[in-house]
Design a protein around this ligand. Structure first.
Ligand SMILES: Cc1ncc(C[n+]2csc(CCOP(=O)(O)OP(=O)(O)O)c2C)c(N)n1
Ligand SMILES: [Mg+2]
Length: 341
């Protein structure tokens, strides 16, 4: 059985200029996490009802994803995501209705006009680039986007999200090597959930984790607990500042649990032990965040219940609206494929 690694800091990245998280930030991040969890559960249900074709759940990744967005500058930075980014998209400003329309392929879906897999496509408004389902392709693209910013003299940061499995692709090596050589403003954000579908970490790399590779590309690498919003925020904030100030790329590896099978088409009881599946619940970021807010006296029982009730209400209304929305018209089939003459 693959072991759970203790997060450790491999470089000074963590000390280099952390921003300040306010109580308000913590509560807002929690609100996004709850919304993501309620929405994710709804989408899973829609899949089981035969309405949503495929789901790659973000459950277990919520704290890491929201803290990463919070540590960057949504008004100017670029985001090259991958398929497991429901919380990232909510944190960037997409609505539950936008996302439900994607899972149900309804008219007006903003990422691809309901033409692609759910959560695939691009969004200029929130600076999300289109990516391929082919694992790892977003990594060299991120190096290219950052190179363009560097050539234009723009103080923007490119954040590229990828899994531990994607880290084994050649694309990852090429992107990190190129970004390191040219000191490009990239934050490599690896969501390490210890599995690439059924393949455990021990069959993907001969080292303990992805951050160890950073030294080979001349950049700092850090591994943090992906259930700890403060740790993720500080690590990404330091990496983003470094990039923005012209000091080049960094690698931030967050240790998370994939609380659901790889997708709705997978059954992880076939390759994860019962002990591993039971143990992963201890790393559920939602109760961990609730305990943090409780310790800081930021969340009463009533406030917590109100946040969950509000999320459920919003998701119920959005589900009804998405289901009542028609599919895109067949007449629109070729829209956005060819330039209008
Ligand atoms: C080049 C390529 N190889 C294989 C696949 C099939 N595939 C889809 S997702 C995936 C696992 C990726 O795992 P990881 O990067 O750890 O992300 P996670 O799903 O765990 O978040 C694989 C092998 C693919 N889409 N593209
Ligand atoms: Mg993985």
């Amino acid at each position: 059985m693959p072991t759970r690694r203790k997060p450790h800091t491999t470089t000074a990245a963590r000390q280099a200029g952390a921003g300040i998280i306010t109580s308000r930030d913590l509560l807002e991040m929690y609100r996004v996490m709850v919304m993501s969890r309620v929405l994710d559960e709804r989408i899973w249900l829609l899949n089981r009802q035969g309405k949503a074709a495929i789901v790659a759940s973000a459950q277990g990744h919520e704290a890491a994803q929201v803290a990463c967005v919070w540590a960057t500058d949504r008004a100017r930075d670029h985001y090259l995501i991958y398929y497991r980014e429901l919380t990232t998209l909510l944190a960037l400003g997409l609505t539950p209705l936008d996302l439900l329309k994607g899972f149900l392929a309804r008219d007006g879906e903003p990422l691809s006009g309901a033409r692609q897999f759910p959560t695939h496509g691009a969004h200029r408004g929130v600076d999300v680039f289109s990516f391929s389902n082919v694992v790892g392709t977003q990594l060299p693209q991120a190096a290219g986007v950052a190179l363009a910013d560097k050539m234009r003299g723009e103080a923007k940061v490119t954040v590229v999200y990828f899994g531990d499995g994607a880290a084994s692709q050649g694309d990852c090596h090429e992107a990190m090597n190129f970004a390191g050589i040219h000191r490009l403003p990239v934050v490599f954000f690896c969501e390490n959930n210890r599995y690439a579908i059924s393949v455990p970490l021990s069959k993907q790399m001969a080292i303990e984790g992805v951050a160890e590779r950073a030294a080979g590309y001349g950049m700092p690498g850090v591994t943090v607990d992906g259930t700890d919003v403060v740790a993720v925020y500080e690590a990404v904030r330091a990496a983003a500042e470094r990039a923005r100030n012209g000091h080049g790329p960094s690698l931030v590896e967050v240790m998370v649990e994939r609380l659901f099978p790889h997708t709705s088409d997978d059954d992880h009881t076939r390759y994860r032990t019962a002990e591993d599946i039971k143990g992963m619940r201890e790393k559920d970021p939602i109760p961990i965040m609730e305990a943090l807010l409780g310790r800081q006296r930021l969340l009463s029982t009533e406030a917590r219940e109100a946040i969950w009730a509000e999320a459920k209400r919003t998701v119920n209304v959005a589900t009804e609206e998405a289901e009542a929305t028609p599919f895109p018209s067949a007449r629109e089939f070729r829209a956005h494929v060819f330039a209008d003459a």
